[in-house]
Design a protein around this ligand. Structure first.
Ligand code: SF4
Length: 706
């Protein structure tokens, strides 16, 4: 029996897992009792991971290539596939410049994979055209943290759940989307009856069942709600004047802004009672420690950054940050969205949270990489890449470990874009993604447990994922594919002997920065199971703490923030919502999201029968009154229409959704020739102007019985 320690490859909670393989090749998965995040627990998705390892029927096994769109693809050798790809990229770059090519990667990539792709395109190809599906998930939180705290650093940690007495869950359903974290919340509430939970969500979710105060707000009114809560806190005298004075800037402007609307006016806009807002503010004001958690309800919005800032304001005016049980704790959707941020794997970032627009930062990275000059202008973001492909500005795209033809907004536009592309490379583990139909080159990648590397979860915790088995066929680890390609392009600096060498190179770039974890290496991770950053180099090995990984560490406990003044910035953001407007033709607001037992575009969880038992097919949640007006009954087939497309699914009538709002799960893609199950046929390609994160939570739609 061989057993390795790894991390779950699904959500950003980052549960530790033990995976074993016996002599007959049978694979078993169990929660790691020694991992500080989950202490042996796993949710339904994690518990069923072994099924994804024992069924290789959909795996891509060999590189394939075709010489023309109308020609069939043929199996080729790795050398042939990578040499042709290098030749095409070189020709495109020569003719149209480096910005004519792009890499679109994933928050499921290992940090080492992210690192080499980022290094390749920014340092050697000479373009910043790398973005990942993390853009769709947490980029609004990144900008929010940088603007308010001066650094993209999540201040709180999971242990704060056990230390808080007031938790505000904003625009999230962790009971389904971050289940193990939610079990910690449930346990904390059971252990401490004084713990109060506030939750804002237009739907009554399973998470709402635990809330003492559920604010069932109108989609898009989060900032109005947060401002009204701030107003109540100020009026009640529940703010920390000393903290505001010595550790923040901008309070006076916020005070003026939040006083513009009465609590009653705010409540009316939010579609809730004024007393509920007052109650929520009282719970925060009375709390010894106040913690908040949020995900896509705030981030995936055309005003996502402002939503983040208005929530962080609540911590800054109450001084609830940098102490046990307190602080903002954004949850990541993807398992390694945080690792991607560390290596600078977005089109506007550089390694170790350096800024692309800072000449000194560019110089530091360029010198370290011994590369060509790093371009100062940001590259194309996720949605911009597909617009640029469609318009012919971008010629070639390399899709790595993600399926944009399910996950991008206005997905039919993305489909059109791939049709227009001159050259498409798809690097994936599965033969299921819709993107394969457009691929000129297919590169089979190794999957979870078939390679070694690291991931960082939502609380800055790095865990090593060890290899258990060989990849099937000729599949290779993603980092190795990228490095082989870089060498075919004639670039130096990509001949790593193993992923540990990539990690060592990566951590040196963090040295001396705010996120410094130059003291971490694979050996230390093996000894301690997982470690949180910052973690500077330990000068004296004898001084290594005995149990570094077991308890959570929070940031900013000295109340010093890495801003120009050393103070956190309170932003008096407007409470407008610039989302698509409803009209008489499209009168309902569509919000999209996850269900409990599926993961993203279902390329793994969709293979597991057990996980299909929970919810077998997509559905439209609609309030009975909205349904009655349209003569829609339970399980009727309904058509949901937006200016961009339509979806046809069964109706699920429920009073758990707010009147005027409908909900569709985001997981389903094309099923054979039926593309009417994809929620993103409907969503609009509109993004937050600062974070460039799309607005998946507010689409104007019409619904009728089919
Ligand atoms: Fe995996 Fe997230 Fe479930 Fe943990 S909570 S087992 S990380 S899907």
């Amino acid at each position: 029996m061989k057993t390795v320690r790894t991390t779950c490859c699904y959500c950003g909670v980052g549960c530790g897992i033990l995976v074993s393989k016996d002599r007959q090749g049978k694979i078993m998965v169990e929660g790691d009792p020694d991992h500080p995040v989950n202490k042996g627990m796993l949710c339904s998705k994690g518990m069923n991971l072994h099924h994804t390892l024992t069924d290789d029927s959909d795996r891509l096994l060999f590189p394939e290539m075709r010489y023309g769109r109308n020609l069939p693809r043929q199996r080729v050798s790795w050398d042939a596939a990578l040499e042709r790809t290098a030749a095409v990229f070189t020709a495109i770059i020569k003719r149209h410049g480096p910005d004519a090519v792009a890499f679109y990667a994933s928050g499921q990539c290992l940090t080492e994979e992210y690192y080499v792709v980022n290094k390749l395109i920014k340092g050697f190809i000479g373009s910043n055209n790398i973005d990942t599906n993390s853009r769709l998930c947490m980029s609004s939180a990144v900008v929010g943290y940088k603007m308010s705290l001066g650094e993209d650093s999540v201040p709180a940690c999971y242990d704060d759940i056990e230390h808080t007495d007031c938790l505000f869950v904003a625009g999230a359903n962790p009971a389904w989307c971050h289940p193990i974290l939610w079990r910690r919340v449930e346990a904390a509430k059971a252990a401490n009856p004084k713990l109060r939970i506030i939750l804002s969500d237009p739907r009554v979710t399973q998470s709402a069942a635990l809330a003492d105060c559920h604010l069932q707000i109108q989609p898009g009114t989060d900032i109005t709600l947060h401002h009204a809560m701030a107003r109540c806190l100020i009026e009640n005298g529940d703010i920390d004047l000393r903290f505001i004075r010595y550790h923040t800037e901008g309070f006076e402007k916020l005070q003026d802004t939040v006083m513009v609307r009465t609590v009653e006016e705010a409540a009316q806009l939010c579609g809730i009672e004024a007393e509920q807002i007052r109650e929520a503010a009282r719970l925060i004001g009375n709390a010894g420690a106040f913690l908040s958690m949020w995900t896509m309800g705030l981030n995936q919005s055309v005003v996502g950054v402002n939503k983040n800032l208005s929530l962080i304001n609540l911590h800054l005016i109450t001084g609830q940050i940098g102490k046990p049980g307190a602080g903002p704790l954004s949850l990541t959707g993807q398992p390694n969205a945080m690792g991607g941020r560390e290596v600078g794997g977005l089109s506007n970032l550089l390694p170790a949270h350096r800024d692309l627009n800072n000449p000194q930062h560019r110089r530091e990275v360029q010198e370290y990489w011994q590369s060509g000059p790093i371009a100062p202008q940001p590259g194309l973001t996720a949605t911009e890449m597909f617009s640029a492909l469609r318009e012919g500005r971008l010629k070639a795209i390399w899709l790595l470990c993600t399926n944009p033809l399910v996950s991008l907004p206005d997905v039919r536009m993305a489909e059109e874009a791939l049709k227009q592309a001159k050259f498409v490379v798809v690097q994936d583990i599965s033969n299921r993604p819709e993107t394969l139909a457009y691929a000129d080159v297919i590169l089979p990648a190794a999957g979870w447990t078939e390679k070694t590397g690291t991931m960082t979860n939502a609380e800055r915790r790095i865990t090593l994922l060890e290899q258990l088995r060989e990849p099937p066929g000729e599949a290779l680890p993603d980092a190795e594919i990228i490095c082989r390609f870089a060498q075919k392009m004639g670039f130096h600096g990509f001949d790593y002997k193993d992923p540990g060498e990539i990690f060592r190179e990566h951590i040196q770039l963090t040295k001396g920065t705010n996120i410094d974890f130059s003291g971490i290496d694979y050996a230390l991770l093996r000894r301690h199971r997982s470690l949180q950053w910052p973690f500077p180099e330990i000068k004296d090995p004898a001084a290594e703490p005995a149990s570094t990984g077991s308890s959570g560490r929070r940031l900013f406990s000295d109340h010093q923030f890495p801003t120009a003044s050393g103070k956190a910035i309170i932003h008096d953001v407007p409470d407008d919502n610039d989302s698509e407007k409803t009209t008489p033709e499209f009168p309902l607001i569509l919000t999209t999201g996850r269900i409990r037992d599926q993961w993203h575009t279902m390329s793994k969880t969709g293979k597991v029968n057990k996980l299909k038992q929970h919810i077998r097919e997509p559905f439209l949640e609609i309030h009975p009154e909205d349904a009655r007006r349209r003569s829609i009954r339970e399980n009727d087939l309904v058509e949901v229409i937006s200016p961009r497309g339509k979806v046809r699914v069964k109706a699920k009538l429920t009073t758990t959704i707010k009147k005027g709002v409908v909900f569709l799960p985001m997981h389903w893609g094309k099923q054979k020739d039926n593309d009417l199950l994809r929620a993103n046929n409907l969503t609009a390609n509109v993004v937050d102007p600062m974070s460039k994160e799309p607005d998946f939570k507010f689409t104007a739609v019409a619904v009728h019985r089919y």
